[in-house]
Ligand binder design. Sequence first.
Ligand SMILES: NC(=O)C1=CN([C@@H]2O[C@H](COP(=O)(O)OP(=O)(O)OC[C@H]3O[C@@H](n4cnc5c(N)ncnc54)[C@H](O)[C@@H]3O)[C@@H](O)[C@H]2O)C=CC1
Ligand SMILES: Nc1nc(O)c(N)c(N[C@@H]2O[C@H](COP(=O)(O)O)[C@@H](O)[C@H]2O)n1
Length: 294
Amino acid sequence: MQAQPRAPISPPPAAASAPTPAPPPAETLVFPPSDAAKLTSHLPPQHLQSQDQDQNAPTPQSRRPFVTLTFATSLDSSLSLAPGTRTVLSGPQSKAMTHHLRAHHAAILIGVGTAVADDPGLNCRIAGARSPRPVVVDPRARWALHRDSKVLQLARAGQGLAPFIVTAEREPSAGVAALLAEHGGKFLFVEAAAETGRFSWADVFDVLGREGLGSIMVEGGGEVINSLLAEPECELVDSVIVTIAPTWLGQGGVVVSPPRTVGESGRPSAPLRLTGVEWHPLGEDVVLCGKILR
Ligand SMILES: NC(=O)C1=CN([C@@H]2O[C@H](COP(=O)(O)OP(=O)(O)OC[C@H]3O[C@@H](n4cnc5c(N)ncnc54)[C@H](O)[C@@H]3O)[C@@H](O)[C@H]2O)C=CC1
Ligand SMILES: Nc1nc(O)c(N)c(N[C@@H]2O[C@H](COP(=O)(O)O)[C@@H](O)[C@H]2O)n1
């Protein structure tokens, strides 16, 4: 395939005298132990929950991380009102649940569409809990990460970690690479398919496993989730935890809806179903936990 031109990604130059932006005000969330107990069986094994587990991995094959697919959706399966916009769906209790998940995974992964739309923090805001390593899947290195990006502000304030950016660009912007290095993040190279420019998720998770990240919580957005719910990639997902908010977002949103499959009769068939399902009400939301039925 012919190489496609890269979108400009240079971060705004920092003026020598520019003041360092203040970190965002710290928000503190509480997730009660009684609610946490309901989720324990859906979390990664304890020894995979924190970073740098690689010393104990006996073989490279055993290093593929535990993968949790988790997101918040409306009653009409929307993640947000429109592409490029951030929409609050989780109520306070289920938001705290998401941060509990962040504390119990080594990494949190999003697509570059979410990074650009949301400027997310991707830390854990439960007092005393550890934050996961943010991972952004950005094959063409188009995320214009800059000093004021929330994730870097939090890293500087000691309230989160700098991101790893998974890219197929062999020479991503030196400015972004330097900014990442300054904060403890980096680019990770993964080969993309020549025809589609896309990664195989197995390759992405293998690279993250080699970085000592034993568990990955995949938060979104739509394209990331839908591609992981497609065959055969769904085989890589160990746990599914979905917050369902009692609202409809209407047409035109970013929708979770994996590709349809066709059964032996030639008629459409449901591509996936969950098993071992539990429903936990949290405030006005309900949290659905399960595993993909193989
Ligand atoms: N309600 C929720 O829990 C969440 C909502 N969101 C929302 O989702 C929206 C963003 O979703 P999308 O636009 O679908 O963007 P996205 O976050 O899924 O990113 C899409 C991009 O990721 C990269 N990508 C995805 N899969 C890839 C693969 N297999 N190989 C290589 N590259 C791959 C591509 O560059 C693609 O353009 C935003 O509005 C955001 O607010 C995002 C996360 C969670
Ligand atoms: N659990 C959940 N509920 C919602 O209502 C959401 N909009 C999201 N979005 C995800 O969380 C990220 C924002 O993280 P920070 O609060 O900035 O740390 C956002 O980028 C989505 O991945 N999630």
